[in-house]
Design a binder for this molecule. Structure first.
Ligand code: 48F
Length: 260
């Protein structure tokens, strides 16, 4: 086998050219999703499938958010119907435990959900933290996000962000609802009050989380555990059906609004 010889500087130029083409492209979007956990990836899959230009910014260098940690690091995840339909659609193997309750492998779940979103056309950008939103008045609306390298933030460097536009922004950042929190604090006119999540009550939390997923202020949507934080809902612990169904519900809401 003859391995092609590539000069170091050419490697550099190829990477820079392709990266900057990408950044130029995803500086304007139909939808920006913050967080590549289960709710963000499910939303990305359905939005991209509906041909909306969708970019996911993920702080870490990995996919899956809380999926990988399972429950106390045990690598099996419980999901319940009808979320199994989403997992069947993307080819995740399900082990049936009782009527409507399934166990899936966490590594397979993360990998296939991310692959489905990417194959559907979503762009996932790792190592980028969203630390603010952009807004416009008359009408008052969130119109995008501010992004910064996670590494820059970790180093505590004083560096201004770049701005990315979107017709809709989804906060899928998990328990802290980071994007909605910053919007609530910095744009009081949006009238967002964050009461915080309640303690665990899994039986009701799953249903309520899905029902209350959606727009929290013009242009700004909540999916996944961000919904429990913003709507004062109980947590559910290591059962993940609502995360997938919440992402799908928000995607469906946005698809309907954008196509109006
Ligand atoms: O926490 P996470 O998995 O959110 P989720 O989709 O799912 C929650 C479950 O994993 C679990 C649970 C289920 O019952 O309780 O906790 O609501 O994924 C959130 C992702 O967002 C990233 C973070 O690294 C994680 O991968 N993230 C958080 N804040 C930011 C961010 C930010 N400001 N910018 C970019 N990414």
């Amino acid at each position: 086998m003859k391995v092609k010889q590539v000069d170091e500087v050419k490697i550099t130029k190829y990477i820079l050219k392709a990266t900057f083409q990408d950044w130029m492209n995803f500086s304007e979007n139909d939808v920006v999703i913050v967080g590549a956990g289960p709710s963000g990836l499910a939303a990305a899959y359905y939005l991209a499938k509906a041909k909306l230009k969708t970019t996911v910014f993920e702080r870490r260098l990995s996919f899956g958010g809380g999926i990988g940690g399972g429950a106390m690091l045990f690598h099996k995840i419980v999901i319940e119907s009808p979320a199994d339909e989403i997992l069947r659609e993307i080819g995740v193997k399900l082990e049936s435990y009782e009527d409507g309750v399934y166990i899936v492998d966490s590594a397979e779940f993360m990998a296939k959900l991310a692959a489905a979103a990417i194959d559907a056309g979503a762009k996932i950008v790792h190592g980028v933290t969203v630390d603010d939103v952009i807004f416009r008045e008359n009408p008052l609306r969130v119109t995008g996000v501010a992004v910064e390298w996670t590494a820059t933030q970790m180093a505590g460097l004083h560096v201004d962000p770049l701005f990315i536009s979107a017709k809709a922004v989804i906060d899928a950042t998990g328990h802290d609802a980071e994007v909605i929190s910053v919007a609530s604090r910095k744009i009081p006119e949006l009238g967002i009050v964050i009461p915080g999540e309640k303690s665990a009550y899994s039986e009701v939390a799953e249903q309520l989380t899905v029902e209350q997923s959606g727009e929290v202020a013009p242009g700004l949507f909540a999916a996944g555990m961000a919904v429990t934080e913003v709507k004062a809902l109980p947590r559910m612990g290591p059962i993940f059906g609502a995360m997938l169904l919440s992402g799908k519900k928000v995607a469906d809401d946005i698809i309907e609004k954008i196509s109006l």
